[in-house]
Each structure stands twice: as structure tokens, then as C-alpha cells.
Ligand binder design. Structure first.
Ligand SMILES: NC(=O)c1ccc[n+]([C@@H]2O[C@H](COP(=O)([O-])OP(=O)(O)OC[C@H]3O[C@@H](n4cnc5c(N)ncnc54)[C@H](OP(=O)(O)O)[C@@H]3O)[C@@H](O)[C@H]2O)c1
Length: 384
């Protein structure tokens, strides 16, 4: 029976991979969970080890001396302030880790390495992509595009696997609905806290949609972190998925709601990713090829810093005995970006389905399940 090695084990995506594999002990008798911190207790088939992927290869090799496994899931991530730093740091974390696998001899047993990346693959952080997004879309390379650390990580992975005769698989989730403490991209916590604090301030019945009218009336494709974990467990063992990349979204597409008046507007990249294929798609000069924007009717970063908002949170947190740090740690900028985009994101699951994937997750159910996790961890009040 295979063993697994999971990096980023405390993160929003890695944590669920650890728990999903651990539920199937006969199939996965040993799961090595790796991260700098250990935030919770694990089932008996999970062994947590400390690793700092930015430390020296010798130090890491000592930490991982006894770690062996056939399937490696790389879900570690460190957010940096610039795309170049993301490229450098996240690329180095992956290549350091792969080097350590060779140093300790663990690489001998490895069959496949599964790398978790995301829909930034399609430049969704830069503007409108070509919809629906398919895995064979052209990579946005060249001087007109900022560095994309997913390309660096995938190139590192491809080269390493061809040198060592190993298989790889890459996943592209988007706008993840999941639970993890101190996560850099967690829209569910910020969304729930926004609604709660507005209610506390007496505006619960007239909750203003903080994002853009375009997002409200348009479409997004979310990924439930639990569904992504099930996908990873499936794809690791699917022979035909060797050396392939897959979109991983819930499988439904959600229209959102909206209210008037913008509080902030910011421009994304000068040209949106879809512009690259404008001629091929007959879209030259079309509205969607113009510069994309993030329009927030309520600028959530500014909102979260208002005195009345902070006072309402303090009141609510005291009354309900909540984890007070949750508000400050909530990713207001990320939620503002997600809800404020003025373009659609429709991500195709056709490729995975052709390979045999049948998973599906209702997005509203994903949110409910995460809100229950947040209740249980003292971030949200218990439902009365
Ligand atoms: N969250 C989203 O909405 C979303 C959407 C699409 C794609 N993605 C992509 O999914 C991937 C995983 O992101 P995530 O959101 O799951 O990240 P996350 O929740 O921020 O978790 C990051 C993980 O990496 C570990 N880590 C960070 N620095 C480390 C270091 N120096 N050494 C060892 N471990 C380290 C963290 O654990 P410790 O801090 O304990 O070390 C944590 O377990 C990234 O490529 C991200 O871009 C995320």
C-alpha cells in the first residue's frame, strides 16, 4: 500500500489532502504531513514532521531522514509582495524540497509528484481570460506579462521528473472555499465576518454586496478544498493522469448578487489574458479584450479598518467568545479582489471528466460546510 508525503499540511488545500488520505487507512497506511507549524492533532496514520522549505538542504534532510512515500503532494505556499518574489521564493521552496528527496534517498520510492497550483495559470489575477478555461491554453510568458510563479514551479517539476524518471500531475483550483488558520487566501472567513459585523452594526437586512456589479451578475468557478483533496487522492493513482495538468473546480457555476455605488476601482494588467487569443477567437476590439478592473462597492480593506467596524467586531467577539484575531487575519484584500473582478471565470472540467473523474460539489454546500468548521473553531458564533 502506498505512503504519501504532503507539504503545506496546515494550509487550506494541503490540510484537506492530509485528512482525505487519512480517512482511507487501508489504502494509505502512512501519510507524512510536513509544515513549519503543527496546528492540530492528526489521526494515527498521519506522522507530522517539521520542515522549513526556505532553510538549508542539509537541515531539511535531517528533518526528513525517515520520510518515505510513493506519492508526493506539494501544497506549500508562501505569499510574497511581488510576483518576482513569488517566483523566486515558491520556485526555490519546490526545488529545495526535490533536492532534499534526492539527498535523503526518498526519491527512490517516489512514483508521482502532484503539484498544487491554481487558476492564476490562466492569468485570472491580470484580467479577463478566454472562457471557458482549458488546460491547453497558452502560457502568458514574455515581457508584457509579470512573472507567474506557477510556470516556474511547473518547469522545475517537469525537468526534475524527466531527469529522475518520475511522473508528475498538476492541479489548477480556483477561489478556494476551505478552512485553515492564518491562510493568505481565504475568502470564506472574510466573507462570513463581513456579513456578521454588518449585522452587528444593524445592517443585516440590507447587506450590501461589496464587489462589482459585473461579478454579481456574472459567473465564477469555485473549488471546495475537500473536493480538491478527493481529486488529488484520485488523480495520484490514475495511470492516465501521468504528466498531465487538470482544472479542479466544483463543477457548477454561480451567479452572484449586487447593489449600486462603487467605493473603489483599480486597474488590472494593461491587456487581459484573453487579448492573446483575440484574433484566433474573432474578439479583436471586443469589450472583453479591454483592460479589466476590480470594482468594489465596499472597499473591504478600508471597511475592515473603520473604527465603527472594529468596535462592532470587538462587541460581537466578546459577547460570543470568538477568536478575536480572526478579524485582523481575515484576507480582506483577497476577498475584495475576488468579488470585485469585472469579468467571468468559467473553468472547464471536461478534461478531468474524460479521464474518469466524476466528483462534483455544490458551491453553496461548500460554503455551509466551511462555516460549520469556522463555528467549531470559534471564528464564527454558534448558530442558535
Ligand atoms: N487559497 C486559495 O484560494 C487558492 C486558490 C487557488 C490556488 N491556490 C494555490 O494553492 C497553493 C497552496 O495554497 P494555499 O492557499 O493552500 O496556501 P496556505 O493555506 O497559505 O498554506 C500554505 C502552506 O504552506 C506551508 N508553508 C509556508 N511556508 C513554508 C515553509 N517555509 N516551509 C514549509 N512549509 C511552508 C504553510 O505551513 P506553515 O506556515 O505551518 O509552515 C501551509 O501549510 C498555492 O500555490 C496557491 O497559490 C490557492
Amino acid at each position: 500500500m502506498p505512503s504519501a508525503i504532503v507539504t503545506g499540511a496546515t494550509g487550506i488545500l494541503g490540510r484537506e489532502i492530509v485528512f482525505e488520505l487519512s480517512k482511507h487507512a487501508p489504502q494509505w497506511p502512512t501519510i507524512h504531513a510536513l509544515s513549519r507549524s503543527k496546528k492540530e492533532d492528526y489521526p494515527s496514520n498521519v506522522i507530522h514532521s517539521h520542515i522549513d522549505l526556505t532553510s538549508s538542504a542539509d537541515g531539511m534532510a535531517a528533518d526528513l531522514a525517515k520520510v518515505r512515500g510513493e506519492y508526493v503532494f506539494f501544497a506549500a505556499y508562501l505569499q510574497k509582495d511581488s510576483e518576482q518574489e513569488n517566483w523566486d521564493v515558491n520556485g526555490a521552496m519546490l526545488s529545495n524540497f526535490l533536492e532534499v528527496l534526492t539527498k535523503t534517498g526518498a526519491i527512490e520510492r517516489v512514483k508521482r509528484i502532484i503539484l498544487v497550483t491554481g487558476a492564476k495559470q490562466y492569468g485570472v489575477h491580470l484580467g479577463a481570460p478566454k472562457n471557458p478555461m482549458h488546460e491547453d491554453a497558452p502560457w502568458l510568458t514574455g515581457s508584457q506579462w509579470p512573472p507567474n510563479f506557477y510556470y516556474n514551479q511547473q518547469n522545475i517539476l517537469h525537468d526534475f521528473c524527466s531527469q529522475h524518471g518520475k511522473e508528475w500531475t498538476v492541479t489548477y483550483p480556483n477561489d478556494v472555499i476551505g478552512f485553515a488558520r492564518g491562510n493568505f487566501m481565504n475568502l470564506s472567513t472574510a466573507l462570513a465576518l463581513y456579513a456578521l459585523v454588518e449585522k452587528e452594526m444593524g445592517r443585516g437586512d440590507e447587506l450590501v454586496f461589496p464587489g462589482s456589479p459585473a461579478f454579481y451578475t456574472g459567473f465564477d468557478s469555485f473549488t471546495c478544498s475537500k473536493l480538491h483533496a478527493r481529486f488529488c487522492a484520485w488523480v495520484a493513482l490514475e495511470p492516465r493522469a501521468a504528466n498531465e495538468a487538470f482544472n479542479v473546480v466544483n463543477g457548477d457555476v454561480n451567479p452572484e448578487q449586487f447593489a449600486p455605488a462603487e467605493a473603489s476601482v483599480s486597474d488590472l494588467a494593461e491587456k487581459p489574458p484573453v487579448e492573446v487569443q483575440a484574433d484566433e477567437l474573432g474578439l479583436r476590439g471586443h469589450e472583453v479584450t479591454r483592460q479589466s478592473k476590480v470594482e468594489q462597492q465596499v472597499d473591504l480593506v478600508n471597511w475592515s479598518q473603520r473604527d465603527d467596524v472594529k468596535a462592532a467586531w470587538e462587541r460581537l467577539a466578546d459577547r460570543e467568545k470568538l477568536d478575536k484575531s480572526a478579524f485582523e487575519k481575515a484576507t480582506w484584500g483577497f476577498l475584495g479582489f475576488v468579488l470585485g473582478r469585472n469579468f467571468d471565470l468559467v473553468i472547464s472540467m471536461s478534461k478531468a471528466r474524460k479521464y474518469g473523474w466524476t466528483g462534483y460539489q455544490d458551491t453553496w454546500d461548500s460554503f455551509e460546510s466551511v462555516f460549520e468548521d469556522l463555528e467549531a473553531s470559534g471564528v464564527l458564533p454558534k448558530k442558535s
